[in-house]
Design a protein around this ligand. Structure first.
Ligand SMILES: NC(=O)c1ccc[n+]([C@@H]2O[C@H](COP(=O)([O-])OP(=O)(O)OC[C@H]3O[C@@H](n4cnc5c(N)ncnc54)[C@H](O)[C@@H]3O)[C@@H](O)[C@H]2O)c1
Length: 475
């Protein structure tokens, strides 16, 4: 079992101020795989103080100096990719091939994307012939991240914070903390100066709340549930710190009559990816009545053909849910779904042959209406809800009838309709016809899916203040 009790503060691994062990559970086996510590106020204060002291000099470093360190970080990240894949696979149950290609891959993809955007980024812009606009680092940032795409989230925050000259305290999810600890080693080995990057493990009620309310923290960048996003915003209000939020979602995938023949299959696969534990999962499949029966059948077949198994197995199966709490929540929502809608695949309990580990059955509900609990709540498991529609207007109305607004999906061969519908969907992202987003594309939500944008140039701007200076040049 791994012993990872120390925190990374001011360039050193330090013991917590008071012992407070926390077990990390491997969701594939339900066995403890590591022990970490949950920090307290003294640890939070020490990390924030280190970041505050380091800010003076780090914020004055040049773009070239910071670029060189980030390139070094990318080199180390790539060289130690396998260790990172193993850590994430064990802590949150991503099957090892998915962990290598997508969980680790997302980190390097975003790091490269930031380096490209940073190359073109100007921190001093001419406003008029005599007036300059300066973009300056916001200060000490608290980075609070979830367990579902651990490295994706950490890179999307720590890298732009470093690039823009901010200093930071990262609090990774206590449920999946091993990848964050490894990332801290990479940052250290890249030669990032002491105090620029600090890591304190802890839970939401402890270190999470302490960082959110801390008078010496200038900004909180948070990814996680809408519930925690609201709590953080309230805790941050007394000090009026900037709060950037990436929260939950309940994405609609609109399949029109002229969609690709395999659109329902692709949609179901996408919903089940990462065991449904993605904020941008297309969990509501809206299908035109002319394709409805075929889509229900195809989605059910896809669910039945989706293999579920341990994260350490190679292959394209899906892994367990991350924790007992998540398993219980998903089971309860499947039970609710069975009382509301028509179950066409999956259902309660573990898949056959698996009696230990937090495995859920890939599940499909048909005849769902948008007022049902399973259409409104973010389930965060491999559960798909299929809703019938007749007209384009109706599809748009259903898609937008949710408190969330992260990613929606449109499937149609009609170019005009694709653009028209994309414009009317109230979400930060609209993916059409399975076309993936480009590197550095802005990631973020409308409504209760948050207010931040991550990745590329938009992601750099999140960490900057804007200063207007008159008389920069003589008239
Ligand atoms: N929009 C996005 O970019 C995005 C990406 C990934 C995950 N998510 C969302 O994350 C959620 C799943 O992650 P989770 O279960 O880890 O979420 P969570 O909100 O429970 O926890 C996320 C992080 O916040 C911390 N936290 C919890 N309560 C807190 C509080 N009151 N104050 C400060 N910190 C607190 C946790 O310790 C953890 O580090 C889902 O709702 C998912 O949609 C969103």
């Amino acid at each position: 079992m791994l012993e990872k009790r120390d925190f990374y503060i001011n360039g050193q691994w330090v013991a917590p101020s008071a012992p407070n062990d926390f077990a990390v559970i491997d969701p594939s086996t339900e066995e403890q795989c590591a022990v970490i510590s949950l920090g307290g106020q003294a640890d939070t204060d020490a990390a924030v103080a280190a970041a505050r002291i380091a800010f003076d000099s780090w914020s004055q470093t040049t773009k070239d100096e910071r670029t060189a360190l980030l390139k070094k970080l990318l080199e180390i990240y790539n060289a130690r990719a396998e260790e990172m894949a193993q850590a994430m696979s064990m802590e949150m149950g991503a099957p090892i091939d998915l962990a290598r290609a997508q969980q680790v891959g997302a980190g390097s993809w975003h790091l490269e994307g930031f380096l490209k955007a940073f190359d073109d980024f100007s921190f001093e812009r001419d406003f008029t012939a005599t007036e300059k606009t300066l973009l300056e680092p916001v200060g000490v940032c608290a980075l609070i991240t979830p367990w579902n795409w651990p490295m994706n989230q950490i890179v999307l925050k720590a890298v732009p914070a470093m690039a823009t000259g901010c200093t930071m305290v990262l609090k990774p999810s206590e449920i999946a903390p091993l990848s964050g600890l490894l990332f801290a080693e990479f940052v250290h080995d890249a030669g990032v100066p002491p105090g620029v990057f600090n890591l304190v493990n802890g839970d939401g009620a402890g270190v999470g709340s302490q960082l959110s309310a801390h008078p010496d923290v200038d900004m909180v960048s948070f990814t996680g549930s809408t519930r925690a996003g609201i709590a953080i915003s309230k805790a941050a209000a007394d000090t009026l710190k900037r709060v950037s939020l990436e929260l939950g979602g309940k994405g609609a995938n609109i399949i029109f009559e002229d969609a690709h023949p395999k659109a329902a299959k692709q949609g179901a696969i996408r919903c089940f990816r990462n065991t449904g534990q993605s904020c941008n999962a297309p969990t509501r499949m809206l299908v035109h009545s002319s394709r409805y029966d075929e889509a229900v059948e195809m989605a059910a077949e896809t669910a039945n053909a989706t293999r579920v198994g341990p994260a350490s197995d190679e292959g394209k199966h899906i892994g367990p849910l991350v924790s007992k709490a998540q398993y219980d929540k998903v089971q309860a929502l499947i039970e609710t779904g069975m009382s509301e809608a028509r179950l066409v695949a999956g259902g309660l309990g573990r898949p056959d042959g698996l009696n230990r580990g937090y495995y859920a059955k890939p599940t499909v509900f048909a005849d769902v209406t948008n007022d049902m609990t399973i259409a409104r709540e973010e389930i965060f498991g491999p559960v798909l809800s299929i809703i019938r529609f007749e007209t384009e207007e109706e599809a748009i109305a259903i898609a937008n009838d949710t408190p969330y607004g992260l990613t929606n999906y449109v499937q149609t061969e009609d170019d005009e309709r694709r653009r028209r519908v994309a414009r009317r969907l109230r979400s930060g992202m609209v993916e059409t016809n399975g076309q993936g987003f480009a590197q550095g594309s802005p990631f973020g939500g409308y409504k209760q899916s948050g207010n931040g944008r991550e990745g590329g140039a938009y992601g750099l701007e999140e960490f900057l203040e804007v200063k207007a200076v008159s008389g920069w040049a003589a008239e």
